[in-house]
Design a protein around this ligand. Structure first.
Ligand code: TYD
Length: 135
């Protein structure tokens, strides 16, 4: 699995603005490089807690700070990068084969994830040493 953190890029989403607020729409594959099969969101994250701590073998994800902010640490076994997400109209595309940790959640943050596949525990690698060997 040759994927690299440099393939994990920020994608701009649309935003329709009016005086009563904003709306962002993800429809079909218009602004995404994959079809969405699952949506989930993380919320009520206690201060100081980290999430993630795993990689996926096949899954592609778009991670969006629907509210608040947090950091995503990405590691491909060679290179690392940390991306701060804090805008609901931008998403971080995470390609398969990338170790990720989510941290520094602001109070009330909501981490929205659009995923290319339904949930499959067999797609997870939850041990960093095994991840590095697999890479
Ligand atoms: P996990 O992906 O490990 O959470 P995070 O990376 O945010 O720390 O998932 C936490 C738990 O939720 C784990 O027991 C698996 C379960 N889960 C599902 O059942 N379906 C899902 O779609 C997801 C994302 C998790």
């Amino acid at each position: 699995m040759k994927s690299s953190v440099y393939e994990c890029v920020i994608l701009p989403l649309n935003k329709i603005h009016n005086r009563a607020g904003n709306i962002t729409i993800v429809e079909g594959q218009e602004n995404l490089p994959f079809a969405v099969k699952r949506i989930y969101y993380l919320y009520d994250i206690p201060g100081g807690e980290d999430r993630g701590g795993h990689a996926h073998k096949e899954l592609r994800q778009l991670i969006v700070a629907a509210s608040g902010s947090f950091d995503v640490m990405l590691d491909d076994g060679i290179n690392k990068k940390i991306v701060t997400l804090n805008r609901p109209d931008y998403g971080l595309m995470v390609v398969p084969g990338i170790w990720r940790e989510l941290m520094e959640f602001s109070s009330g943050a909501i981490c929205l994830v659009l995923a290319s596949e339904i949930y499959d525990e067999q797609d997870y690698i939850r041990d960093f040493e095994i991840f590095k060997e697999w890479k």
